[in-house]
Ligand binder design. Structure first.
Ligand code: ATP
Ligand code: MG
Length: 227
């Protein structure tokens, strides 16, 4: 892939809490522009919490997050969204009564302020061709894989620079996994991506580097192909 030397995101000595529970300790890493980082580790290791921390959805204790030339010690979701951080949570959450078109519209409305590098419908269909035929269908009637595509597409139509994907292949059939995998491959080099996955082979195949968490700490960090 094409990875720039420019830093997209840097996390420095981050500690994170839910209430009084101390979940992440002393997490540090940098992501270069265009880099895909696999975030790995057992159930409960803190992978989802790390993604959420980058949006301000967990409480930060010590540490900073540097993004787009700004330093945050307690990020809030609105500010992070404005800087182009988009999160596709674990599990698919689409609203019934909203078509694919509505979902993309919502993504655009949510982060219209910067606007410039939000994706057009044509760009979305180039990555997810099967959404073109489903454009006016209620999104909750789509297959699991198609819903995952809508969820990712909704994240892309803002001005996303950093895409956080939490278990994007979870519960998908092998054929759908392949389609979603190929779509994410097409996002490579256009975005900086953090991808959490339990399937090591898939996660490493798509990533440049890996960050392994163990009980809230970084236990390994390096080239994906070394693991
Ligand atoms: P999985 O692979 O099962 O998704 P994970 O690595 O994503 O696991 P997290 O969801 O980040 O793990 O959870 C890390 C720890 O934080 C776990 O011990 C979990 O029980 C706890 N935790 C997660 N969410 C909350 C919450 N909202 N409030 C309190 N504790 C939480
Ligand atoms: Mg998780």
């Amino acid at each position: 892939g094409i990875i720039s030397n420019e830093i997209a995101l840097s996390v420095n000595n981050l500690d994170a809490y839910y209430g009084k529970s101390h979940i992440l300790s002393d997490i540090s890493f940098t992501a270069r522009k265009g880099e895909v980082i696999a975030v790995l580790g057992r159930n409960g290791a803190g992978k989802s919490t790390l993604l959420k921390s980058l949006l301000g959805l967990a409480t930060m204790g010590a540490g900073t997050i540097d993004i787009a030339g700004r330093k945050f010690s307690s990020p809030v979701p609105e500010a992070m969204a404005r800087l182009g951080v988009a999160f596709v949570p674990q599990g698919r959450r689409l609203f019934s009564g909203l078509t694919v078109r509505d979902n993309l519209m919502l993504g655009r409305l949510k982060r219209s302020e910067k606007g410039s590098n939000g994706w057009t419908d044509e760009e979305i269909f180039a990555v997810f061709p099967r959404l073109k035929d489903r454009y006016d269908v209620d999104a909750t009637l789509l297959s699991g894989g198609e819903q995952q595509m809508v969820a990712i597409a909704r994240a892309l139509v803002g001005h996303t620079e950093v895409l956080l994907l939490d278990e994007p292949f979870e519960g998908l059939s092998p054929a759908m996994i392949e389609e979603v995998f190929n779509a994410i491959l097409q996002l490579k080099s256009r975005l900086t991506i953090l991808i959490v996955d339990h399937n090591l082979d898939l996660a490493l195949a798509i990533s440049d580097t890996a960050l392994v968490l163990d009980r809230g700490r970084v236990s390994h960090q390096g080239e994906a192909r070394e693991l």
